[in-house]
Design a protein around this ligand. Structure first.
Ligand code: ATP
Length: 349
């Protein structure tokens, strides 16, 4: 657990970067600090591992006041990941990851074996270990950065905009990977971003900071979207927050129905209804319209996933029928937008 008690940071020159912050980051959770540029996110993060010391107030990590722990000892228990990974350019990927274990006295052989394990854990092929950072894509470099931070198996991980230098598709992959890793590793993670979508996607709790380092709201993402504390938070979480909050709505109650199908490659002429094209594994491949034309499908959603996917699937489908698949991607059934909206309305009471 990380606890900020009345923490203030005033820099020379008078800027108050963080103003009387009280906040508890529960052990084993991902907490996100989000807010506009200059609101004190990085300063708050860096006070945890004493890269910056507060002007006043106390920070406790697992009950221990960090001001009484010397920084190198403190940092051994706190992994740190930054934007653009911050890798050593003249060391191989494997040696980058092995850095901390080597510093703590491991033999080179053991440190490298551990580094190889970590590369696998973050989803990188072993042969990349021999390359230099510049020979990797941005997304791969970020994975190496995460592996390096995990090398000493620290209970706490601080991540400062770790994914902001990569494109949106790669970023989503890295976010998924982090969530998968966290399910396995159960670290206490503080994650800084200025991107509210990223914050609500990965945070179990989200702290919204405003300029001047004042905490505007600290809540789980669903609550932040449904009940922003004030106009600032409402503005920051964005105009389409009603729609985005569907990412947190339980989909039970959305019953899928059967749909006529045709096999991929089989001739299909005109018919009364839309028919779904499926391959030999019953994976959806598009639609046949009533006039017999083949039309690409809309988005698919997995049964049991948040309701936003079901609604998007129905709205993006040329037949107006959203297509549900099971965990293996096989057809489970179809839904209409009306059905999904009825469940949403029912939930609102
Ligand atoms: N070493 C410093 N000396 C003086 N002022 C600083 C120093 N570091 C940060 N600040 C100021 O403190 C405020 C908070 O900075 P901080 O880097 O914590 O913001 P941030 O929310 O992380 O911003 P960004 O999203 O742009 O990275 C800013 O006004 C910044 O200019």
């Amino acid at each position: 657990m990380i606890e900020f008690r009345g923490v203030t940071k005033r820099f020379d020159g008078g800027t108050t970067a963080v103003d009387d912050l009280d906040l508890v980051v529960e052990a084993g959770t991902i907490t996100v600090f989000v807010g506009p540029s200059g609101c004190g996110k990085t300063t708050s993060l860096r006070m945890v591992n004493r890269m910056i010391d507060p002007t006043s107030g106390t920070i406790l990590v697992d009950g221990r006041d960090v001001s009484g722990v010397d920084p190198p000892t403190l940092r051994r228990g706190i992994g740190y990941v930054i934007q653009q990974a911050g890798l050593f350019p003249h060391r191989t990927v494997l040696d980058n990851v092995a850095t901390v274990p080597l510093l703590t006295g491991w033999t080179r052989r053991r440190a490298r074996a551990r580094a190889a394990e970590l590369l696998e854990l973050v989803g990188l092929p072993a042969e990349l270990g021999r390359r230099y950072p510049a020979q990797l894509s941005g997304g791969q470099q970020q994975r190496v950065g995460v592996a390096r931070a995990l090398a000493a198996d620290p209970p706490v991980l601080l991540m400062d905009e770790p994914f902001s230098a990569v494109d949106p598709v790669v970023r989503e992959g890295l976010q998924d990977e982090l969530l998968r890793l966290q399910a396995e590793l159960d670290k206490t993670i503080v994650f800084v971003t200025h991107d509210i979508d990223e914050a609500v996607r990965i945070g179990e709790k989200v702290a919204v900071l405003r300029t001047g380092g004042v905490l505007a709201q600290y809540a789980p993402p669903a609550e932040l979207l449904a009940r922003p504390a004030d106009d600032f938070v409402a503005g920051f979480v964005g105009k389409d927050r009603g729609y985005r909050s569907l990412s947190f709505v339980d989909p039970s109650g959305v019953e899928v129905a059967d749909v006529p199908t045709v096999s991929e490659g089989a001739p299909a002429g005109p018919g009364a209804d839309w028919r779904l094209v499926v391959d030999a594994d019953r994976k959806p491949q598009g639609w046949v319209a009533p006039d017999g034309a083949t039309v690409p499908g809309g988005s698919l959603y997995e049964v049991g996933a948040p309701i936003r996917g079901a609604l998007d699937s129905a709205l993006s489908s040329p037949s107006r029928l959203g297509v549900a698949v099971d965990a293996d991607g096989r057809l489970a059934g179809v839904v209409t937008a009306r059905q999904v909206l009825d469940v949403i309305e029912g939930r609102r009471g």
